[in-house]
Design a protein around this ligand. Structure first.
Ligand SMILES: *Cc1c(COP(=O)(O)O)cnc(C)c1O
Length: 227
């Protein structure tokens, strides 16, 4: 399949997952993760209708950002070192990997300097795998509370990565738990608004994530491919 066919194929699978779970297709956004492909392929993805582009490393993403940021919305989805923050603020309107206060503090500082607001997801390590970043579900509430004074950092939702499972059905409890954690944050009124987004689901498990409420799915290998 070429890129356009892959995009169409994924689109029909997304639509089917929405139908199975009674969800509206327009409530699920695709982030095309272009970390495995060239700038040229990433540009094609945007031409073919991908509105959101995800990258996970700086400075690897620099060239793509300089070309694509005017035509698409950039999402920083990877682990973020505080010293890199100054480079990415102003270029990525979304950061999916808030996992500690020191990082949030640096984002607030740089966003203030540049006078921009940054949409952020708190990354939660729901599965508890040691290799994964993110706060534990137990630490989530205190991290969330500590973010409320940061006026340039809008918490828009929660993000997680499920372990890779041959049997995709095994990822379902992870996604279901992230949704429950989001609902709890809203019940506890940690923020003075409701958070609505769930960034979850990758190439292997996006259909399950959609069925469990994902609003942003992050697709690399199955969508734009690997080069
Ligand atoms: C690479 C990456 C993805 C996309 O992975 P695929 O399995 O290729 O779809 C999604 N989210 C994060 C955080 C990533 O680093």
């Amino acid at each position: 399949m070429d890129l356009q066919e892959r995009i169409q194929h994924i689109e029909s699978r997304i639509q089917a997952a929405c139908n199975r779970s009674n969800r509206n297709r327009k409530d699920v956004e695709i982030i095309a993760v272009t970390k495995y492909v060239s700038l040229k392929t990433a540009e094609k993805a945007v031409e073919f209708g991908c509105k959101h582009i995800g990258e996970n490393r700086w400075p690897d993403a620099e060239e793509k950002v300089s070309v694509l940021a005017t035509k698409s919305t950039m999402h920083f989805i990877g682990h973020l070192q505080s010293k890199k923050v100054k480079h990415i603020i102003g270029k990525f309107p979304y950061i999916h990997s808030i996992d500690r206060i020191s990082l949030a503090k640096e984002i607030e500082k740089q966003a203030l300097i540049q006078d921009v607001n940054v949409n952020c997801f708190i990354q939660v390590n729901v599965s508890g795998e040691e290799s994964k970043y993110g706060v534990s579900p137990d630490e989530l509430y205190s991290l969330a509370e500590s973010l409320t004074p940061y006026k340039h950092l809008n918490v828009v939702g929660l993000m997680t990565m499920a372990p890779f499972e041959e049997d995709k059905e095994k990822t379902r409890p992870i996604f279901r738990e992230l949704k429950r954690l989001k609902d709890r944050l809203n019940e506890k009124q940690i923020f003075n608004y409701n958070i609505s987004h769930l960034s979850m689901g990758m190439s292997n498990d996006f259909e399950i994530a959609i069925e469990e409420g994902a609003t942003f799915i992050r697709l690399g290998s199955q969508l734009v491919g690997k080069e």
